[in-house]
Design a protein. Structure first.
Length: 518
């Protein structure tokens, strides 16, 4: 069945005139609305106003124009049913074979800072989604034909080419692909609107609606036999790769991005020059210093063996001195706010390193949830992104921490939030000495952290993600030189832990907040 009649109603008018002219040259009659019809007519292209078809004027400021049997009947009539075709003929309704719609820009308007609520609501499209869904539903079959629906200006040329190459027809395969794209478009539109209305709700919504747009295909998944892609969440102010430029290196993998998330999250905890080295989603080294090169060296010294093939994030521009040291290590991904020209020249001499630069300065959207996928569902919680300060903490031992111990404990406690539980972080001079991650016992995590420490632990401090149920792990740490402990507290064994510290002259601070990371 040839395409004889098209309905065009678009907010986004890019490519409109050229498309309309091409359709007219192919013998397609164009029916259009409001501003779209004016734009087409202004280009001296024949166009029929919707009001001339419906014999009813647009009304309520354009809110009502296409919701009429003369339009909807022309879209929804099935070509394979004689009853449908006889009915529209009886009522003088002509079939519409091509529907071209772009919706009001609700998402863009709602995202504007200070947008008034009524302005946002006025940008909820009603007629557009109705026509899109009607046309997509009636995309037809291979024998009798059906309606083609276009929701993306990038598809205009595809339609024109197919009409020219196929004697004015559009194949079933193309119509079906366009219908699938159209339903995804209306589903996305409804999710964005529903989430905008949910933003003011204090409780978890009864239905959690999420919509994701593919950013890129990835080289592979967690393992080479798994396919993978990266999607960003619609409506988020920023995402992992927003405003991030890959300056050098191979295509990013699933594990690269998963580790990059861990590296960025930890680096965001600090304002001083910081370096975070991530391996298998846990920090194997993290340090603060007066300069980036010093922070990098301290972080690397914490565990140079594990740092091989790591993902590194820093919060300062990379200079040549730091780049030269980094070039001596095999790094999978390096993430920084920027690079000096000579630093970039040094780094790009190594073909395997992926060099990423970020120019993002926006905050994460308030109220974003942390999601964990489980069988047939998802666990939802608030993000654990509060930065704890010492004002709300309690010294529970006779000896109070020194100034340096306070700094090291606060540093270690921020790191331990980003280490898989049970987690123990040993720190000294604002650098990790040893990290114990992901163990079933806090004693085992402590032993691993001690074994990882490559330098003198005398006077070191510990951060623990949860309380100590027994004093055994504390005793092991003290025997190896640890002098100060920071933990949430709240265990039945708190009294024993405090007693042991008092006997050994160690300091202990309760934060009253646990930081499990499963």
């Amino acid at each position: 069945m040839k395409v004889k009649r098209a309905l065009i109603s678009v907010h986004d008018k890019s490519g409109l005139v050229e498309f309309a002219r091409a359709l007219t040259e192919l013998g397609v009659e164009i029916v259009s609305t409001g501003g779209t019809a004016k734009a087409i007519a202004a280009a001296d292209i024949a166009v029929t106003e919707v009001s001339d078809v419906t014999k009813f004027p647009e009304m309520l400021g354009g809110r009502v124009k296409t919701m009429h049997p003369m339009i909807q009947g022309g879209i929804l009539a099935r070509r394979d049913l004689e009853e449908h075709m006889a009915t529209i003929k009886e009522h003088g309704i002509e079939p519409i074979d091509l529907v071209v719609i772009s919706l009001y820009p609700f998402e863009r308007v709602a995202a504007k800072r200070g947008a008034e609520e009524q302005t946002v609501i006025e940008n909820i499209d009603i007629g557009g989604p109705t026509m899109i869904r009607a046309a997509a539903k009636n995309h037809g079959d291979t024998e009798h034909g059906g309606v083609a629906v276009v929701t993306d200006p990038h598809d205009y040329q595809l339609i024109v080419d197919e009409l020219r190459d196929n004697d004015g027809t559009i194949s079933f395969e193309t119509r079906r692909a366009l219908a699938a794209k159209a339903f995804r478009q209306t589903a996305h539109y409804d999710v964005v609107i529903a989430n905008w209305f949910s933003e003011t709700e204090a409780e978890f919504p009864s239905h959690l609606l999420r919509d994701f747009e593919k950013v890129m295909d990835l080289s592979y998944g967690e393992n080479p036999h798994q396919r993978a892609a990266y999607y960003s969440e619609s409506g988020s102010r920023r995402h992992l790769l927003s405003r991030v430029t890959q300056m050098h290196g191979k295509k990013l993998s699933f594990n690269n991005l998963y580790d990059l998330q861990a590296a960025r999250s930890l680096a965001d905890e600090f304002k001083l020059p910081a370096c975070v080295i991530i391996k298998h989603n846990n920090p194997c080294g993290c340090a603060l210093a007066d300069t980036l090169v010093h922070a990098y060296q301290k972080a690397l010294d914490a565990d140079p063996v594990s740092a091989f093939g790591s993902v590194i994030a820093v919060n300062r521009h990379v200079d040549a001195e730091t780049a030269k040291l980094m070039s001596e290590l095999f790094i999978e991904v390096l993430f920084a706010p920027g690079y000096d020209d000579d630093a970039l020249e040094i780094l790009t001499e190594k073909k395997d390193i992926r060099v990423l630069a970020e120019s993002e300065r926006r905050k994460v959207s308030p109220g974003e949830f942390d999601l964990k996928r489980v069988l047939g569902g998802v666990l939802v919680q608030d993000k654990d992104d509060d930065l704890e300060e010492r004002d709300g903490m309690e010294v529970v031992t006779k000896r109070h921490p020194t100034h340096a111990e306070w700094d090291d404990m606060l540093f270690a406690q921020r790191v331990t939030k980003h280490v898989k539980s049970n987690s123990i972080v040993i720190a000294k001079e604002l650098a990790t000495l040893g990290v114990g991650a992901g163990q079933m016992s806090r004693v085992d995590s402590t032993r691993i952290a001690i074994e990882k420490a490559r330098s003198d632990m005398s006077g070191a401090s510990i951060g623990s993600d949860a309380y100590y149920p027994f004093p055994d792990a504390i005793e092991i740490a003290i025997e190896n030189g640890v002098a100060a402990f920071m933990q949430p507290g709240g265990s039945k064994g708190d009294a024993d832990a405090i007693k042991l510290c008092d006997e050994k002259g160690a300091a202990m601070v309760f934060t009253r907040r646990r930081h499990f990371l499963h």
